[in-house]
Design a protein around this ligand. Structure first.
Ligand code: FES
Length: 134
């Protein structure tokens, strides 16, 4: 297995936007491009309440979470004070205009983190009906 996995071209990522990269296990990785064509990768999960950072607004070297507008640093994954907390970041290698992520990190980094579920949670009654097919 090679050390780096080619994800896409830098130009495949919208300027001031992102792409999501699915993994065999764990949450997606969000790959961001800023106005300087710098590329960053974070787990697609805000350290506040798990919002999808890939849908946030990129500015400078930060992204504004779409849920409650926390500012998260793209280089370190950390919330800007006074907010607290960090989301895991992933190593990015850009060569020949192509974006690469670490194969090992994609397979094993931050697999324990899940997205908080919206709604009533596990106490809700199941609406499933067993049709009793024989
Ligand atoms: S979930 Fe991102 S700011 Fe609240």
């Amino acid at each position: 297995m090679s050390e780096w996995k080619k994800i896409c071209l830098v130009t495949d990522i919208p300027v001031l936007g992102s792409r999501r990269v699915a993994r065999p296990a764990g949450l997606d990785v969000a790959v961001f491009r800023n106005s300087q064509d710098e590329v960053f990768a974070l787990l697609d999960r805000c350290p506040h309440k798990g919002g999808p950072l890939s849908q946030g607004i990129v500015f400078g070297t930060s992204v504004a979470c779409p849920l409650h507008n926390w500012t998260i640093g793209l280089a370190d994954g950390c919330a800007q004070a006074p907010d607290e907390g960090c989301t895991p970041r992933f190593k990015v290698e850009v060569s020949g205009g192509a974006v690469h992520l670490s194969t090992a990190e994609l397979a094993s980094h931050a697999l324990d983190l899940t997205r908080p579920l919206a709604g009533p949670g596990p106490h809700a009654e199941s609406g499933a009906v067993d049709a009793g097919h024989a």
